[in-house]
Ligand binder design. Sequence first.
Ligand code: TRP
Ligand code: ZN
Length: 869
Amino acid sequence: MLDFTAQEAAPETKYLRDYKIPDFTIETVDLNFDLHDNVTHVTSRMHIKRQGEKDAPLVLDGKDIKLISVILNNANAEYEVDDETLTIHNVPDEFDLMIVNDIDPASNTALEGLYVSNGMFCTQCEAQGFRRITYFIDRPDVMSKYRVRIEANNAKYPILLSNGNEIERGDAADGRHFVVWDDPFPKPSYLFALVGGRLGMVEDSFTTKSGMDVVLRIFAEEQDLDKCPHAMDSLIKSMKWDEDVYGLEYDLEIFNIVAVSHFNMGAMENKSLNIFNTKCVLAKAETATDTDFSFVEAVVAHEYFHNWTGNRVTCRDWFQLSLKEGLTVFRDHEFSSDMGSRAVCRINDVRTLRQHQFAEDSSPMAHPVRPEEYMEINNFYTMTVYEKGAEVIRMMHRILGPEKYRKAMDLYFERHDGQAVTCEDFVKAMEDGSGIDLSQFRLWYSQAGTPEVDVKSSFNNGKYTLTFSQKIPDTRGQTNKKPMHIPIELGLIDRYGNELLPNETILLDLKKSEQEFTFEGLEHKPIPSILRGFSAPIKLNTDLTRDEQIFLIGHDSDSFNRWEAAQEISTDIILKLVDDLDNGRELDLDYAFIDAIRLVLTDKSLDKAFIGEMLALPSEGVLGQKMDTINVDGIHEARKLVVAGLATALKDEMLAVYHECNTGESYEFTPEAVGRRRLKNMVLGYLMEIADTEIYQICKNQFYNANNMTDEISAFTFLVNSNSPDRDKAITNFYDKWHHDQLVLDKWFSAQAMSSREDVLDQIEKLNEHKDFDLKTPNRVRSLISVFCGLNQVRFHDKSGRGYEFLGKNIKALDPLNPQIAAGLAKQLTRWKSFDENRQNMMKKTLNDILAQDGLSKNVHEIVSKSLD
Ligand code: TRP
Ligand code: ZN
C-alpha cells in the first residue's frame, strides 16, 4: 500500500530497455456496444492464448471503467482490480474471457477512449485510449481480429460505424437499431474506432490497380458537407500516388473518414475508419485558406498512407513511434511536393523543423527520434518523433537513391507485413535491400540534439578544400556523443553561375568529427552551395562572404539554397541591428541585399510562391534561437525596422506586384493561384508596416471584398495588428460574419492573439473570458493560447510576466479536463534557460506554481518536472 502512494506522487518512468514480449495474446475480440446518452454498456468476448511464461497471471489494462462481471470459460472468474489493471491468476494456456463494463462517454473531456463531441459518439484510442473502453492488453504488439456490434437509438444515431466491413444491420427494441462490423485484418487496439451519430455523407469511389472497387465516404455534419470535396479529391490523389510511387494498394472495399469537432490532435488512422479533426478535413474557398487546403491535402494523405506504414506494419512498442510517424510524414511530404511546388514545400517543411523541432532539441524535453524513456507516452507525439523522424527517412532515401530505396521498402513490406516491429527492423531492411552500410547512420535514432557543422574553405593552386567539423550538443541525460553520418549535398558554382561538378551536385558522406573534401583542377575559387535541399537536419555555419551569399540568391540552381542564402543574410542584418540599437545606432540596410531582393521580386520567370518565400524573413522565434540570451524586444524591434526598410526601398515594386497578383479571379486551389495570393499578401504585409492612407485603403478593400479566406484573413490580420482607424470595426465585422463557423471563429481568435500591439495582453485576457472561448474544445484552446504563447514571442514574454501568468492559469484550469492538451501548453515554458534572469525567474515561478497543483496529471507533471530539474 505504501508503494502505491509513492507511485501516485511521482509517476513511474517506462524504459525501452525493459521491453518484454507480452505473456498473452488476444487472437479475437468480439465487442458489443450498447450506446445510451448517459451510459454505454460494453461487452467484450476475447479468445486469449498464453505465449510467455508458464505461470504468469493475466494482467489487463483499464482506466475509469465500471467493471460489472468477468467470466472465464463460462464460469465467474476470481480477479483483482486496481486503478490501472485487472489481474486474473491461474489462467489456462488458452481460454475465452468475457468482460462486461460500463463507461460514461458524455463526461469524458479528456477525449481519449469513447467520448461525445457535439452529440456524436466517437473514439480516440492511440496511444492508450482503448483501456478506457474495456479491459484489454492495450499495447501495439498484441494484434487481434475485431468484430463489433453497435446498438443505439435510431433517430439520434442513424450512422453507426466501426472498422472493416459491415456484415449485418437491423432493428432492435425501443426505437433502437444495430450494425455489425467485421475487420479481417488483425490490429492493435490503438487502431480500433467507433462512431455513432447523425451525420451527412459525401461518397465517391476508387478502383485500385488490381481492379478492386473501393467505396470512399466522408461523414460530417450536414452544414459542412459542401466543405468535403477537397478532402475527397485529396484522398483519391493519395491512393493513386501510393500505387504509383510505392506500389501500395488499398486492401478493403470501404474507406471512411469522419469529421469531429472535439479532437486532441490532427487526425487518426484507425483501420478503414479514419477520424479527423474538422480542421484537417473541411475546406472551401470562403472559409479555408490556401494553407488550410494544403494542410487538409497533407493530413488526408498522411492518414491514408498509414494504412501500410503503421497499420499493415505497426510498432512493437511506443518507443518505436517514429517507425510509423517519421516514415509517414516523409511520405506525405513527398506527396505534397509532387502535387504542388517541390521547392516551396521543402522551404515550409524546413521552416517548421527549425522553428519547432530545433527548439525542442535545445530544451529540457530534448529526446532522440527513438526515445528511451517516458512517463506519459502522449507527451512524445513530438516534432522530434514526427519531423526529425521524417528527416531521418529522407536522409536514407538520399543516401540509397530512389531505386535502392524503393527496393528496400519492398523488402520491408515483404518481411514485416502483419507484424509489429522496431526502427531497427526498418533500418535493417534498408541495409539489406540496398547493400549499403547504415551502422553509423543508426545514431540518428539514438542521439538527441541538433548536430552543428562548421565548414571552412580554402583554394590553392587549383585545389579547393572544404573542411567540415561536427559536434553534437549535450542534451538531458546524454553527453559525449559520437560523430554522426551526415549526408551533405554539395554543388560548386563558378562566377558565371555554371555548375562545376558532374551532374551538378554530389553527396558528401561526412562521418568523422573533422573531415576534408578536396576538388582539383579548378581555375578559380568556386562558390560552394552546401547542404542543398537541406539534405540533413543540422545547423550549418559556413565562411561564405556576404557577396557570395548574394551571388547564391541570384544563381544557385538549388532553390532551397537560394532561399537559405536570403535567410542567412536577413538573419545577419537583423541580429546586427539588435546590437546596433542597443548602442544607439540605426538601421543601415545593405544596398546589395536590397538589389538582390528587388531582382527576385521583379523576376517574371520565377514561381510567385517561391518569390513570396524569398521575401519571408525568419520569424522572431527562429532569430531568438541564434542568441545565447534571447533579446525578445530587440529582435521584435529590429525585425520590424528591417521590414519597414525593405518596404520603403521597394515600395513601388511591391505595389506593382500587389496589383499584378490581385487579379480578382474566382478561387482556385492551383499552385499558380496559390502563388499569386501568397506573394500578394506577403507584399501587403510589408507595405502595412509603412502604411499611409493609400495602403490602408488597399488592405481595407481586400478585407471587405475578398472572395476567399486567404485574402480575407490576411487583410484582417494586418488590420488587427495595425493602428488603422478601421481596426475595431473590422474585428466586429469579422465576428458578426463568421461566428457561426467554428473553424473560422478560431481564426478570429488567432489573428488577435498574433497581434504585436502593446495592448494585446489586455485583449487576450478578454478573449479568455469571451462567451465563445471554451477550454473543452482543443481547437479553440490552440487558436488563442497556443498561438499567443507559441508564436507571439515578444508579447508572451512581456517583461511584466503577465503572459506567463495567463498561461499558468489556463494550464491549471485545463489539466483536470484534458491533460493531453494541458501538457502541450506546458511545453511553452520549458525553454526558460534561454531568457534573461528576470524572465527566467518568472517562468520558473509559473512552473513551480503548476507543479504545486493538487492532483496534477502525469502528462503535465512530466513536462514541468523535467523542465525544472
Ligand atoms: N497517429 C496519429 C497521426 O496520424 C496521431 C495521434 C496520436 C493522435 N495520438 C492521437 C491523433 C490522439 C488524435 C488524438 O499522426
Ligand atoms: Zn501519423
